[in-house]
Structures are given as structure tokens and as C-alpha cells.
Write a protein that binds this ligand. Structure first.
Ligand code: ADP
Length: 502
């Protein structure tokens, strides 16, 4: 049984993992870089170990330092979170070699799915539909040109080792082909040290819909339904929701079966995500598998009622899954907004710095997974995501109203954030109707960049009005206190203090 988990990560995901550990009475160990000495994940953990300078290559990506911290702390398992070493087959192998449980899939499952060309081959063999395209890396440019003519423009040139939208090029015109191949290859080489690229047919107006899967070490695999992730900027997710407004029960069942088949094809265990690209006619194609916990996992947790981190831990210690596919159902609707320290009005430039004040949204159906606090200085070295705001309600429209309310109540000063931009999305007609695909942000850019969304403006006006009425009432009460001595000293004291707080 796992007794102590080292979380090889930082920020919100480190805290999220530690929360589940605490509920399972498992001790948690944090690691931190020079830039993260004051980070909340360090304070939250039962123990914390310094692992080096701020750049992740010297700290969060340094396997030796992390293994060393695990040994010093006596941790019997490592949870990698997402990003950093989470999809690194060599790290999963290293944990095995050191006798430490890796809370994630086997090295072979990671490498089979980590390389997109290899993954496409596995999926084709398992009968899972893949995007039409090539299954070998492009080396010969002349042959590539012929292949693209055969598939037909537009196409996507994609890096086999790709991730985070890097090494990806959309080609619409024959004249761009050679330059795009060269550009994608050099970007892939710089980002992943591997310049293998391949071609996929470009799916017009697509939806990005992914399925959460869980597999145990005894060959059981289930899916926990879909997440709609089509609100994207530069091929990166901004908002996710479940259920997807596009789905119907028949297609959900079919895609779920294919997601399970995809995981089984690589003997998958742990939590994973099968990403599909879906066209308007509900034709769907395997895009890639993420062999780790996703940023957007909380919406599934809320709608299906399962703690995915606890499941990961139980699977890692060899337990048989007790969740049964036929017993799982989606209840209500959940939406997640990713909150970034960035300035939407300045081309989404990162906005690191000191948080001078933060008020987190609360109330029914609101979950806030974050790590920053008043006085915290956001480091420049890592991803600028500061938190995830997740809401749940019984219906989609109630969930949108709740998200609007929560975004408006979320106050951060000292840095710029994506909150106003997200609030505008909640007021967009297409979004409200569930009528959107991956082009949503570019299509609605002008509306989304409008300076003053009504909801926020109205809220500010309401706040000012409330303040004026409140001060009027307090002044009135004060003069009453002076006039009528029967108002108790306790009440008078309370009113005076309330005014001071305001
Ligand atoms: P990465 O691993 O770099 O994130 P993905 O393969 O997951 O790349 O694709 C990221 C996004 O790019 C998708 O969600 C989708 O919006 C877009 N995309 C990728 N492949 C295609 C395609 N063949 N046709 C249309 N859009 C695509």
C-alpha cells in the first residue's frame, strides 16, 4: 500500500493531487525550485524538498534530483501531475528501476502513444478511425508533395513528437507545402529534439472531443464519457465542458467503445485521455492519446462523481477497479475556465508579477483549483495558468449562469488575467447556444475583445449603487443611535465596524 507520495510538479496540480492523498491518509511530499520557495504547494505538503534553480530543466525536469528527493523523504510513489515528466517513458522506467511506484502508465504505453506516428499505427490495427494521412515520417520532400496531392489540400503537417501545438502547420496552398514541411521540422527539432513530421487531412470546422479512460493492471478498461474542448486559442484549450453539446447517446456510446479499444491496444493502465477530432457530420477520428491526468479532468470528476487521482493511486498500487462501465452516468453539466496571468488586451502577453489582492469565487456548484494567494509573486519561468474555475449545475444554461456569476465574483489585482475575456465568452450567443467549433475564438474575436461586457459593467454599477445605499443606511443608523438611546451598544459597535470594513 502506498504511504507517501512525492508530487513531481508544482502549482495547482500539485495541490490537487495532495488533497486526494490527504483524504486517503497518504503523506505528501512537495519538490520546489528556487522560484517556488513561497509557492502554496510547498506549504500544503507534509514535507518539501528543494530541487534546484528556477529553469525547469534544472529542477522539475531533473530526474536525478526528483528521485533523490523521493529517496530522502522515503516516498514509495511519485505522481507526475501533467506536463514536466508526466509523459516521459524514461522517467516511468527510472521509477521502476529505483523501486518507486510511478503513478501513471507503463513506459511502453507512454512511448507507444507519445509518438503520434506509432500511435496512429496502433490505432489502425485496433480498428479505431484515424485522420486520413500518412503513417510514415516524411523524409523525402518530393514524395511528400505527391502524398499531399493524393490526400488533397488543405492538410496539417504535424510533428510526431508534437505537443502544445508545436511543430504543426496548416497548408492551404500548394506553394506553401515545402516551406511548411521545413518550418514544422525545424520547430519540432528545436522543441522535441525529433524532426519527424507526418501529414493529416485538415478537418474543416472541427470539434475537439476527448474521452477520459481508466485502466487497471488486470486488463480492465472503462471510459468516463467525453469532454468538449473546442474553445481553443492557437490550438490550445481555453474552456472545456461536459457533456458536449454536439453529442447524442448513440455516438457517445460508439466513441466510448473506440476510446476503450484504443487504450486496450497499448495495454494501458492508469488515467488517460483519447482525443478525437469530430466533423459537423459527427465523423470522428483519433487525434492522440494523453497518457496522464489532463488539466480539464475536474469537469469529468464532477459530472461522473469520481475522484480521478484516487483512482490513479489505487490502480498504481495494483488494485482492481471497482467502477463498472454500466454503472457510470453523467449527471448535470460542468464547465471549466482556465485562468491565465496574461493580458487579453495586449495579445495575451504573459503578465507575471505580484498579486496584491485575490478574492476567490465561492458558493454552490463552484470549485476553484488554484495555488496563488495575496502577496504571491507569479514566477516567469513556468506556465502562466494560475487556476481553474469549475462550475457544476443540473443544466447547461444554469452552469453558464453560474460560471458568469463566479467569474464576476473572482477579483485579482496586481496582474492582468484572462477573466474578463472568459466572462465575455459566457455572454456570447454562439457559446450559449452550444453552437461552436475550434474556430469559435477567431470567428467571435471582435465581440470577445469588446472593452466592456454588459455583465461586468452592470455588476460594477450594481456594486457602486449598493455602496451608496449602504453608506446612506449606516449614516442614518448612526444618527438614529444618537437620537434613540434604546439601540444597544452592541448594535452600534457592529455598525461602526461594518462601515470600517466597507
Ligand atoms: P498537440 O498535441 O500539439 O496539442 P493535437 O494533435 O492534439 O496537437 O491538436 C491540437 C489541436 O489542433 C486540435 O484540438 C485541433 O483544434 C487542431 N488540429 C489538429 N489536427 C487537426 C486536423 N487534422 N484538422 C483540423 N484541426 C486539427
Amino acid at each position: 500500500m502506498i504511504k507517501k507520495v512525492l508530487v513531481a510538479n508544482r502549482g495547482e496540480i500539485a495541490i490537487r493531487v495532495m488533497r486526494s492523498c490527504r483524504e486517503m491518509e497518504i503523506k505528501s511530499v512537495a519538490v520546489f525550485s528556487e522560484a517556488d520557495r513561497a509557492s502554496m504547494h510547498v506549504r500544503y505538503a507534509d514535507e518539501a524538498y528543494f530541487i534546484g534553480p528556477a529553469p525547469s530543466i534544472d529542477s522539475y525536469l531533473n530526474m536525478d534530483k526528483i528521485i533523490d528527493a523521493a529517496k530522502k523523504s522515503g516516498a514509495d510513489a511519485i505522481h507526475p501531475g501533467y506536463g514536466f515528466l508526466s509523459e516521459n517513458a524514461a522517467f516511468s522506467q527510472r521509477c521502476d528501476d529505483e523501486g518507486i511506484i510511478f503513478i501513471g502508465p507503463s513506459p511502453s504505453a507512454i512511448s507507444n502513444m507519445g509518438d503520434k506516428i506509432t500511435a496512429r499505427k496502433h490505432m489502425m490495427a485496433a480498428g479505431v478511425p484515424v485522420v486520413p494521412g500518412t503513417v510514415e515520417p516524411l523524409t523525402d520532400e518530393v514524395a511528400a508533395l505527391e502524398k499531399i496531392r493524393e490526400i488533397g489540400l488543405p492538410v496539417m503537417i504535424k510533428a510526431s513528437a508534437g505537443g502544445g501545438g508545436k511543430g504543426m502547420r496548416l497548408v492551404k496552398d500548394e506553394k506553401e507545402i515545402l516551406n511548411s514541411i521545413r518550418g514544422a521540422r525545424s520547430e519540432a527539432k528545436a522543441a522535441f529534439g525529433n524532426d519527424a513530421v507526418y501529414i493529416e487531412k485538415y478537418i474543416e470546422s472541427p470539434h475537439h472531443i476527448e474521452f477520459q479512460v481508466l485502466g487497471d493492471k488486470h486488463g480492465n478498461v472503462i471510459h468516463l464519457f467525453e469532454r468538449e474542448c473546442s474553445v481553443q486559442r492557437r490550438h490550445q484549450k481555453v474552456i472545456e465542458e461536459t457533456p458536449s453539446p454536439l453529442m447524442n447517446p448513440g455516438i457517445r456510446e460508439e466513441m466510448g467503445r473506440h476510446a476503450v479499444a484504443a487504450a486496450k491496444a497499448v495495454n494501458y493502465y492508469g488515467a488517460g485521455t483519447i482525443e478525437f477530432i469530430v466533423d459537423d457530420n459527427l465523423n470522428y477520428y483519433f487525434l492522440e492519446m494523453n497518457t496522464r491526468l489532463q488539466v480539464e479532468h475536474p469537469i469529468t470528476e464532477r459530472v461522473v462523481g469520481v475522484d480521478l487521482v484516487k483512482e490513479q493511486i489505487k490502480i498504481a498500487q495494483g488494485e482492481r477497479m471497482t467502477l463498472k462501465q454500466e454503472e457510470l452516468e453523467q449527471y448535470g453539466h460542468a464547465i471549466e475556465c482556465r485562468i491565465y496571468a496574461e493580458d487579453p488586451e495586449n495579445n495575451f502577453m504573459p503578465s507575471p508579477g505580484k498579486i496584491t489582492h485575490i478574492t476567490e469565487p465561492l458558493g454552490l456548484g463552484v470549485r476553484h483549483d488554484g495555488y496563488v494567494y495575496t502577496g504571491f509573486e507569479i514566477p516567469i519561468y513556468y506556465d502562466p495558468m494560475i487556476s481553474k474555475l469549475i462550475v457544476w449545475a443540473r443544466t447547461r444554461s444554469e452552469a453558464i449562469a453560474r460560471m458568469k456569476r463566479a467569474l464576476n465574483a473572482y477579483k485579482i489585482t496586481g496582474i492582468k488575467t484572462s477573466i474578463p475575456f472568459l466572462a465575455r465568452i459566457m455572454e456570447n450567443e454562439d457559446f450559449i447556444k452550444g453552437n461552436y467549433n475550434t474556430h469559435f475564438i477567431e470567428k467571435n474575436f471582435d465581440m470577445l475583445m469588446a472593452k466592456e461586457p454588459c455583465g461586468r459593467r452592470c455588476q460594477d454599477i450594481a456594486l457602486i449603487t449598493a455602496f451608496i445605499r449602504y453608506t446612506d443606511r449606516v449614516t442614518e443608523a448612526k444618527s438614529n443611535t444618537e437620537k434613540h438611546s434604546e439601540v444597544s451598544n452592541w448594535k452600534a459597535f457592529g455598525r461602526k465596524n461594518a462601515m470600517a470594513r466597507f
